[in-house]
Unconditional design. Sequence first.
Length: 622
Amino acid sequence: MCGIVGYVGTQEATSILINGLERLEYRGYDSAGIATVTRGELHCVRAQGKLFNLRQKLETEVNPSQIGIAHTRWATHGVPAEHNAHPHRDMYNRVAVVQNGIIENYQEIKAELINQGYQFTSETDTEVIPQLLSSYLPAKPQGDDFLIAVQKTVNRLQGAFALGILCVDYSDEIIIVRHQAPLVIGFGQGEFFCASDVTAIVPHTSTVLYLENGEIARLTPIGVELYDFELKRLRRFPRNLDLTHVSVDKDGFKHFMLKEIHEQPTVVQSCLDHYLKNEAEDNPICLNLDPQIYTNTQQIMILACGTSWHAGLVGKYLLEQLAGIPTSVQYASEYRYAPSPILPNTLTIGVTQSGETADTLAALSMEKQRYLNLSREGKFKILGITSRPESSLAQVVEQIINTHGGIEIGVASTKSFIAQLMSFYLLALDFASRRGTLSREKINNIVKGLRQLPGQIEEIIREQNRTIEAIAHQFSETQDFIFIGRGINFPIALEGALKLKEISYIHAEGYPAGEMKHGPIALLDAKVPVVAIAVPGEVHDKVLSNAQEAKARDARLIGVSSLDDRVALSVFDDILSVPMVDELLSPILTVIPLQLLAYHIAAIKGLDVDQPRNLAKSVTVE
Ligand code: M6R
């Protein structure tokens, strides 16, 4: 949430910063702004709304500079308006700050500063930072005064935050701070970059250093100095990134979401290539997890938010049904304030595409601490599933399964969901193989099915995209949708509904099909279409009966089903077709037409598919 970029070096800073913001805009797009030090003065240009508005303003407000910080905002405190846009400055125009995060004790600091005569111009929590910092700066600062003032300020702040700071008296220095919100430094030749996400830096360098919590860095054209919050000097070295998957271009697609839907066969294939060995081996899965995970785990707890939580629900089904391990799935945002009693020998799994979701990280950290306090009572392990192994998640968990989903830009998750599902299939099979809960023959059959998935996803996209677009035209005015599924496809009903809500702003609910008659069926009439996931398998007939019950209430029925399924054909008004597949593997296929349906409805309505209102890609605040 919110994106920060900074540059210091020998090139013109503004265009570098604006291009960086463009690559971070998925983190928030309520307003954008930039601050530079030009001819000994601090210049700040800000605009409400998307980056486009800031670009336009900058055409007439030119401030050439070789240093600057910039920000794209997802509003937390204060409406999306220019006066609340970052960078924020102190009342003397000496200090500019960009922030990603929340300052929890800002009211208290603000009251104190107002008492001292400081005047505020925004409703944000961020504005207290430059004002407080300014109060710690001597009239004529020199040497380390700026750094010391930053340290004093940071030690007063409570919350989770990442900061980029400029001071007019230090025209070749940016100071950045990380406290539970991501920041990465990029190393060039005589120039340095910083950003909330490496995507903003990769056009310039692949040599990076991820700040850790509790670190301050000073960036100048001659180098980077690293400190802790006591200003003790730290020494860590940058590393080279593998940039293979860092692409932030639409590659000819109209939207990132559509491109990412099309990338799903490759994502599945890449996951298989990384983690599947020859079927002739004793265990065809090689996740290379700590062996204690396999021997000690008696139950699993999955912590996640949003789409990742839906992936966790599919994971629960697989881990329980294939590997026989009792598994619970918790919303991280709820769990952190009402944790379950601790059980020894639990494997906790955090699932997060970005690896930066504040609630998921906080719940995992809390769990780690709880287990450490009780360590003598049993063993525990904490595992992360993410497509961003370099993210903050790595600082919280002991081991990561890299989903190899690559960077996702569209705010609505698509390929990262598929990648998370694949990780759960492989994890469940790995456990099943090592614990002998499934026969070798059964495991080999499932693996064979997994290997067919890339081709089958490709087939759905190739054969169904146009049909789904045509169906979507009929629903651009629809107000409410219901999605139903059972068993392993119940989470897909939830995911289908979430996709539609997020990008088309149509109210949609996902329900277990059998629950409809316990209340939600009262919602149904001819104006509420029902999407039912009915693939051959154990619950096929049950879902079709539930769909019939909806039809009897005049609901228009859309089935996610196979065109070879004659019974389904006779029940549904429209079919979003998927190939015949084992029910166990079906979620990887059934979710694809639902992504396409949501995409086309939103595109037909002319909505901003990649940057839907009120949302941001990385939810780095609580
Ligand atoms: O990065 P994460 O996977 O932790 O994000 C969790 C949710 O914020 C995310 O899945 C959100 O629900 C997506 N916008 C769904 O499309």
